[in-house]
Design a binder for this molecule. Structure first.
Ligand code: RAM
Length: 485
């Protein structure tokens, strides 16, 4: 894979020490024998390294102590039986550890980093001659987000709770990079980065972390400079082998948002070529009718929904990125006439997908009507604001439209509603959707949440879901940007 050493050096220089905080959880301290278990509740979601004191009683320890540790982000996860999980995401993500301890007493340190609020320890085996007590667990928790930088808008009690959970979600996901989720995949994804960065500008304001992530993507690409959808950082920086049409384009938007938040022209100039390269490669994905050719586009994400036809949303995302590419080029005093010409053509082609009869955009050969298609066409500014408002009203009442599944997709619906002047309705939606997760007692927001089917999983099982997923943190962004009156 092509590597740009200069970009990677910049990314490395932007790496900062993580902030540490030690937290403790206590148990009732009772004696445990084979088959017994104890649950520690840390009271909030944390990311870090744990240790526990193991104190024996009875006769001398005449056999190893064999322990099982289960780490859970939400309570349900702890109670679920995952022995038969057989989905396509590896079961190695399940936070389950088994350890032999030969000599007691001791303080046991587990090596892996975990994401958790709850920890269950079960004594798988000891001997009849001794018991063990585990009075407390300690966690060395880490994050690159500093609560000291956050300001708090005046909010209602419901909104304040949602905001607190959103902040916690982002806090746990901000590590050495913006991770998608600290339990899984613990990785830098471009689509996730875009929303995390937006929320970060309004809250923790760690600008260097966004810059570092931009350089990581720019520093390790696929052939011909195409950006991958995610990048690994250890043992070496290396991008994943797969790319997605929408995520590659979003680099343009992340860079523009970063420039708007910081005014850092040096970085804008430095990474302009990466944006231009994505544009150059991806403009080849359109047919002679000006519409996105899905075969050429390859993978387009939009939402976790296998039923969704992504042509209309893909077309709109291209336009959305082109809008910001033009802004970047203007800021750098380049000529934009060609890009503007292309923008007009792409928008005109997009309007071919507008079905006059239903007053909605359709997608693909089957002319599918989905919420995602409307949302992205609005974000791409394909329609005048008043018409966009009609589209939103119609789609929200459409009984058969393909619905949204993830907080990521709901973020875009909220943003589209705000953009067409439906601010109060957008606020209601935040309370209803994110409030739905909050009502389930979680300290963080999730990767997938479909209120109509909370058991829904694109992976084949809830146990591998990430229940602290950064793309769901954006109420913290909306409250500060639009509802801070
Ligand atoms: C999931 C990741 C991430 C998302 C991709 C498309 O596996 O957790 O959040 O960007 O899929």
């Amino acid at each position: 894979m092509p590597v740009n050493e200069r970009f990677l050096e910049k990314a490395e220089k932007l790496k900062r020490e993580l902030l540490h905080r030690s937290v403790t959880a206590e148990s009732d301290g009772r004696e445990l024998n084979s088959g017994d278990e104890v649950i520690f509740d840390f009271g909030n979601h944390y990311v870090g390294y744990v240790s526990c004191e193991l104190i024996p009683s009875g006769h001398h320890q005449d056999a190893p102590l064999y322990l099982q540790f289960q780490f859970a982000e939400i309570r349900e996860e702890l109670d679920s039986d995952y022995s038969d999980y057989n989905g396509w995401i590896s079961k190695s993500w399940i936070q389950d550890e088994r350890v032999h301890v030969d000599i007691l007493p001791t303080v046991l340190h587990l090596e892996r980093r975990y994401a958790f609020r709850y920890v269950k320890i079960r004594v798988l085996a000891a001997s009849d001659n001794y018991s063990v007590r585990i009075p407390r667990m300690t966690a060395d928790t880490i994050s690159s987000a500093d609560y000291g930088n956050v300001t708090y808008p005046a909010l209602s009690e419901t909104d304040r709770r949602i905001d607190e959970i959103a902040l916690r979600t982002l806090h746990s996901c901000m590590q050495d990079v913006f991770e998608d989720g600290p339990k899984r995949d613990r990785r830098l994804w471009l689509g996730d980065l875009r929303l995390e960065a937006l929320a970060n500008y309004e809250t923790f304001r760690n600008y260097d972390l966004v810059r570092r992530c931009l350089y990581l993507f720019a520093g390790s690409t696929l052939e011909h400079g195409r950006l991958a959808s995610n990048v690994f950082t250890a043992p070496e920086v290396e991008c994943d082998y797969q790319s997605m049409f929408d995520y590659a384009l979003f680099f343009i938007n992340v860079l523009w948002d970063y420039y708007q938040a910081t005014g850092d022209k040096e970085t804008l100039e430095d990474l302009e070529s990466v944006c231009l390269r994505q544009h150059e490669l991806l403009k080849e994905c359109f047919g002679s009718d000006g519409l996105l050719d899905m075969e050429k586009a390859g993978m387009v994400f939009v939402d976790w929904n296998f039923e969704l036809d992504k042509q209309a949303a893909g077309q709109a995302i291209y336009i959305y990125a082109l809008n910001d590419l033009i802004r970047i080029e203007k800021a750098l005093n380049r000529s934009v006439s060609e890009l503007k010409g292309e923008l007009a053509d792409r928008k005109q082609a997009a309007l071919k997908l507008f079905d006059r009869e239903s007053g909605l955009f359709v997608s693909g050969e089957k002319k599918q009507i989905s919420v995602a298609s409307q949302v992205w066409m609005i974000l791409a500014e394909v329609l005048p604001v008043e018409e966009g408002r009609d589209v939103i009203r119609k789609i929200n009442e459409h009984p058969e439209a393909v619905k949204l599944n993830s907080p990521y997709a709901y973020h875009h619906l909220v943003q589209a509603m705000i953009n067409v002047g439906l601010k109060d309705e957008a606020h209601d939606l935040i309370q209803e959707y994110w409030g739905g997760m909050a009502a389930r007692g979680s300290n963080t927001f999730w990767e997938i949440y479909n209120p109509e089917n909370p058991e829904e999983s694109p992976y084949g099982g809830l146990v591998v879901h990430s229940f602290c997923h950064a793309w769901s943190c954006t109420p913290a962004y909306f409250y500060r940007k639009y509802f801070n009156e």
